[in-house]
Ligand binder design. Sequence first.
Ligand SMILES: Nc1ncnc2c1ncn2[C@@H]1O[C@H](COP(=O)(O)OP(=O)(O)OP(=O)(O)O)[C@@H](O)[C@H]1O
Length: 262
Amino acid sequence: MISFRDTTRHFPGPDGGFTAVDGIDLDVAEGEFTVLVGPSGCGKSTLLGIAAGLTEPSRGEVRVDGRPVRGPGPDRGMVFQQYALFPWLTVRGNVEFGLRTARVPRAERRRRAAHFIELVGLTEFADALPKTLSGGMRQRCAIARAYAADPRVLLMDEPFGALDSLTRSRLQEQLLEMWERERRTVLFVTHDVDEAVFLADRVVVMAARPGRIHRTVPIGLPRPRTAATRLTEAFTALRTDVWRAVHEQQPLNPPSTVPLER
Ligand SMILES: Nc1ncnc2c1ncn2[C@@H]1O[C@H](COP(=O)(O)OP(=O)(O)OP(=O)(O)O)[C@@H](O)[C@H]1O
């Protein structure tokens, strides 16, 4: 469904500029949940931006369902870390927004928006403005909005990055519940190894300078996954495996030689 071929992005600048991602070859199958992890600056967001059509590759390409990406399109829904909701529109208004621009008739718009608002548990808040919602609720609204336009692919850039850890775990569980019911191809970016292992069919660990694929770890944990999945030995073993892959190309700092203050 998504295929990166030799995808490279160079940002020109003094001293020769900077190669954010270099020669990425990656295929994401239809309905697969793929998560990109890696140290800050390894090019995860750049890669997602290229798939979204927001950033042009300097070399290579990305195809979505066989068609080269030339710009943003309704076949790809985006969810960002910053909520990016329209503050003057209600939850329903936000969720309907893409449908309105796609000229979906009003009754159908209402029906589809209500369906996805219900799936993310915001029915009671359909008429609320974003400023009255918690961070987690805003992000649920952003997910409903991305889904409502019926994209084939969801591109998610640290969507839970700004949330506290309890809200974050709940939202991971809710996202998976939703994805089980409404399967889409997902490419998801995170720094968080636990989040990556919990969500993914496959974790792609990236390395920095230049951004490239370091290792791919298949996550064979059974689905549906629930909070209890996080307590299994299989989860812990995979988390250790991914954590090592992230850190073997970014060594931990040596222990401090400064004595602790008493
Ligand atoms: N418009 C730009 N101009 C110059 N350099 C850029 C630009 N956008 C990104 N970069 C550089 O490319 C590299 C990769 O950035 P990117 O945001 O894709 O990394 P990331 O892995 O998503 O990082 P983080 O996890 O911190 O968000 C970084 O070093 C960044 O400074």
